[in-house]
Design a protein around this ligand. Structure first.
Ligand code: E9O
Length: 593
């Protein structure tokens, strides 16, 4: 089944049931046996979408089972249609009841899931929707929990709550919950758009899947032209040409409206519309080519992170962040370390921002038991399937990233990678790479390597992405030495792989307002001097395809000795989006490009 974003039109309906819901934590996990899916015994109000952690004192570090419940009327006009419930993101594991019947279970946050609920709905009384969510940090999950041995870079550093990653483990229903309906006879279940360029023409391939083995007719409309679709066993395909097309790119993000219709003679029975960008993305030698032209990424790794809303959808934050990306002269970002909201992807299309789109595979450690790796492979594969199903039609997504900083042995103070772990990683990433290319043959695929990690894994992927901190985590306080190490390593990576290289993270923790001359760690001057050296080194190397500063903004982490005030301070902006000196410096380098 496809994951098309629900929409309202003449054939379909959409009702957002987010808002204030009932909430109750269930640390003893007694609610199911006690029938809490009908009503919660001691409910408190909660917001959907939002993380629960910043709202109640006793919920801040809570990652166990919690209940969400609401009562809704099904709109009377939907009676003749098929009705679905779609949950935009439940972090991490969820179970869903409608009027006491389980309709869905799902693992993994950040990606939507859907249940058909028509048969469970009542039309003459309110319906009870109950959802449990828990975010336990377990060894076989993606991202994995720390287990016994620590695991992951953040795991090595320690912290509370214990995670394998360096951001706060916010939990809850993080995106909208909606009801939608589609025509009962047959409906458009999936649309896949692929674009190529021939001279000045855009060539648009549209593949459509309709439910129930639909074998009728349909059409595709694009840019005022229309083409017939003939379905067989639910599938149809058409190729359209847009003469003298306006190609999608940063600076000219032109979008074309595309509508697919199912038609029974003159009568249309379903339709679905989306906005598409005509563009190509490819790797040639050590260059990343957008519409056949070399492109260099300037930008950041980010987070969905803000006070009170936590990881919950925050549209003001998104609009402001895109404005600041424009101001600072960034043309791109990476969805570190999980898929972002669908609205964020729409805005990237519309505003012309390039996106490296990443699954939540952060904190993998191939020294962990093989059973854990096998479970993670299954999880990561499913997350890739869901992400690609959700985001495949966004022109802004130019690169899939399958993991951040997987470890193949000890890092800090540790010694070289462990051969067995490196081998286990090779097997894992070969499978993941092949699966990604099978799901989407149109975009290059990458993996983001950690400083000191096994280098051979990069050989599998189309683009070499690396996170480097010479002059911070190593060679601390020695910016010039750090810069020399970086320059040497980049040249080695170039001669070894001959592929585009992106520094996908580099940065220093910087307390806003703290200064020193000469530059000293944790000061604004040090952050600027560090970034300056890295950007200079990249600018001298034609094989460098991008520079992503870590991070766009300061963000919340767990509590620990390496994170003052429970924050990672590597932002160019503060958590409330005020520019540090670094933001002004980056603007002076990027805004004129
Ligand atoms: C992942 C990101 O989520 N990369 C980390 C970032 C950080 O600020 C974190 O927030 O810590 C950097 C990891 C660097 C590890 C360096 C190890 C060097 C040992 C040889």
């Amino acid at each position: 089944m496809g994951l098309l974003r629900p929409q309202q039109n003449a054939h379909r309906n959409l009702l957002d049931i987010s808002g204030l819901w009932d909430f109750q934590m269930d640390p003893g996990e007694e609610g199911e046996a006690a029938g809490w899916f009908r009503a919660l015994p001691m409910p408190r109000p909660i917001v959907v979408p939002c993380s629960w952690n910043d709202l109640y004192d006793d919920a801040r570090d809570y990652l166990g089972l919690a209940w969400y419940l609401t009562r809704i009327w099904a709109p009377a006009g939907w009676r003749a249609q098929r009705v679905f419930l779609r949950i935009g993101s439940a972090n991490y594991a969820a179970k869903v009841w409608v009027n006491g019947t389980v309709v869905a279970e799902h693992q993994g946050g950040h990606l939507p899931f859907v249940a058909e609920i028509g048969p469970q709905l009542g039309w003459d009384q309110p319906n009870v929707i109950a959802i449990t969510v828990e975010n336990k940090q377990l060894l076989g999950r993606v991202p994995p929990g720390p287990g016994e041995g620590g695991g992951g870079v953040a795991g090595v550093l320690g912290g509370y709550p214990a995670t394998t990653y360096d951001f706060f483990p916010y939990a809850g229903l993080h995106r909208q919950v909606v009801l939608y309906s589609v025509p009962a006879e047959a409906h458009i279940d999936d649309v896949t758009v692929g674009t190529t360029i021939e001279g000045s023409d855009g060539v648009v391939n549209v593949r459509v899947h309709a439910s129930g083995g639909y074998a009728g007719q349909g059409r595709v409309r694009l840019n005022g032209a229309e083409t017939e679709l003939s379905f067989q066993a639910g599938s149809a395909e058409a190729t359209l040409r847009v003469p003298s097309a306006r190609f999608w790119a940063p600076g000219s993000p032109h979008l074309y409206p595309l509508t697919v219709t199912l038609a029974d003679g003159q009568r249309s029975t379903d339709s679905y519309s989306l906005e598409i960008g005509i563009r190509t993305i490819a790797v040639r030698g050590s260059q990343l080519l957008l519409n056949g032209q070399p492109v260099k990424l300037t930008g950041f790794g980010k987070h969905e992170d803000f006070p009170l809303s936590g990881r919950g959808l925050n549209l003001p934050m998104w609009v402001r962040d895109y404005e600041l990306l424009r101001w600072v002269g960034a043309n791109s970002y990476r969805t570190t370390h999980y898929p972002y909201a669908e609205e964020a992807m729409d805005l990237a299309d519309r505003l012309g921002v390039l996106v490296i789109n990443e699954i939540p595979a952060v904190g993998l450690n191939f020294e962990d038991p093989p059973e854990a790796t096998a479970q993670r492979l299954a999880q990561a594969t499913r997350q890739l399937q869901e992400l690609i199903a959700r985001d495949k039609n966004h022109p802004s997504t130019i690169l899939w990233n399958v993991a951040n900083e997987p470890m193949g042995g000890p890092l800090l103070g540790g010694g070289p990678p462990v051969p067995e772990a490196a081998e286990a990683g090779m097997r894992f990433f070969r499978q993941i790479y092949d699966e990604t290319r099978r799901l989407d043959p149109t975009r290059p695929v990458t993996m983001v390597g950690v400083q000191g990690g096994p280098l051979e894994w990069h050989g599998i992927f189309d683009v070499v992405c690396i996170n480097r901190y010479y002059g911070w985590y190593t060679q601390a306080g020695r910016l010039d030495e750090g810069a020399e190490t970086l320059a040497r390593e980049l040249d080695e990576l170039n001669s070894r792989f001959g592929k585009p290289i992106i520094i996908a993270e580099f940065g220093t923790d910087t307390i806003p307002g703290v200064h020193a001359q000469p530059a000293e760690m944790w000061t604004e001057e040090y952050q600027v001097e560090f970034l300056r050296r890295y950007l200079d080194i990249a600018a001298q190397r034609p094989f460098m395809a991008g520079m992503h500063v870590w991070n766009f903004a300061d963000f919340k982490t767990g509590q620990g000795t390496s994170r003052a005030a429970g924050m990672n301070f590597k932002g160019a902006f503060t958590r409330d989006r005020r520019p540090k000196m670094a933001a002004h410096f980056l603007r002076s380098r990027w805004a004129q490009l």
